[in-house]
Design a protein around this ligand. Structure first.
Ligand SMILES: [Zn+2]
Length: 331
């Protein structure tokens, strides 16, 4: 059973109730239901247990995903209404992680395959105008008022059109949410103070798993993946130690039963090995209104620990960006 977001975890509760002054807010923007459980989930569970509030925003409903778990591919109920099944899976994962969750309401673009690639389906998330998707996310930012946001890097972290759009809309909304002139019908201005990219899937981490499995004389599923690795290395600024939450992460991922093969690559590295060789989830600070210290180990680092002071900073008219490492998308 996960700790409550209402702060009844004994570590964060005093006899008088939750220490609300420590409840900073983190918003994690993802393209599809299940992405939240494979990218930064242990970090989210850790922050929930520390008494912070975490909101996962799913941009789409994952309507065009396939059933990736071979055991469920012939299930008539699932085939008939995958969208509803994925909503139910997301609700289960949300419960396990202890996070809040909201749907942005856009429709999955699907992963185009073939040569030449087929056109994207009309009305999908990746074809929506950026002003429409930005306003939808700005409204969520101004409602939840996060101090920190996470999203994907400019290449989506993975070449799915919804992941690339997730980056675009997150950056656009991060920059617009604090501007009173932008989207005036989407709520009062609120400036999140830091924006991070998920960078859990680094070559260094996969290599560490490959080497650990090889040392144990276990078969590694990563040899081919590493041989064909073409993505450039990213700059990790922030490593959040969260090995104690890997079990919750795995349970949340397995709750997306149609999307995960429990016998697949995901679960090939024993959890104890992962906790030993790579006990962190990793992030790249992209834009920040507070300095990013060398060797950061906390997404809230550099922010006031008192929520009132942090809130005042997020609504201050004198903010300026002090860290901006955005780059152009690869062609
Ligand atoms: Zn996805």
């Amino acid at each position: 059973m996960s700790a409550s977001i209402l702060g009844d975890d004994p570590e964060t509760t005093t006899p008088k109730g939750p220490r609300v002054s420590e409840r900073l807010r983190l918003m994690c923007v993802h393209a599809h239901p299940d992405d939240e459980s494979s990218k930064g989930a242990a970090t989210m569970a850790k922050y929930v247990d520390a008494g912070h509030e975490v909101l996962v925003v799913s941009c789409t409903g994952g309507e065009r995903g396939d059933v990736l778990n071979p055991r469920l591919q012939a299930d008539a109920h699932i085939v008939r209404d995958l969208a509803q099944v994925r909503r139910d899976e997301m609700a289960a994962a949300r419960e396990i992680l202890g996070v809040h969750h909201t749907w942005l309401g856009f429709v999955d673009s699907g992963l185009p395959e073939g040569d030449p690639l087929p056109p994207l389906p009309p009305g999908c998330f990746a074809l929506e105008s950026l002003s429409v998707t930005t306003e939808a996310l700005v409204r969520e930012i101004r409602r939840f008022r996060p101090h920190v946001m996470t999203t994907y890097d400019e290449n989506g972290g993975y070449p799915h059109p919804d992941h690339v759009m997730c980056h675009d809309v997150s950056v656009s909304a991060f920059l617009a949410a604090g501007d009173p002139a932008a989207h005036p019908h989407a709520g009062p201005p609120w400036q999140p103070l830091k924006l991070y990219y998920n960078q859990t899937f680094s070559r260094a981490r996969i290599e560490a798993f490959h080497d650990a499995l090889t040392a144990l004389e276990e078969e590694s599923p990563y040899a081919e993946w590493l041989e064909n690795w073409s993505r450039p290395d990213r700059t990790v600024t922030t490593r959040v130690e969260c090995a104690a939450w890997f079990e919750r992460r795995d349970a949340a991922l397995l709750a997306h039963a149609t999307q995960v093969d429990p016998d697949g690559t995901w679960f090939r590295v024993p959890r104890a090995v992962q906790q030993e060789v790579w006990p962190t989830e990793d992030f790249e600070a992209a834009i920040s209104y507070v300095p990013i210290a060398e060797g950061e180990d906390d997404l809230f680092a550099g922010l006031p620990t008192d929520v009132g002071t942090a809130d005042a900073l997020a609504t201050s008219p004198d903010l300026s960006i002090v860290h901006d490492t955005r780059t152009e998308r690869e062609a």
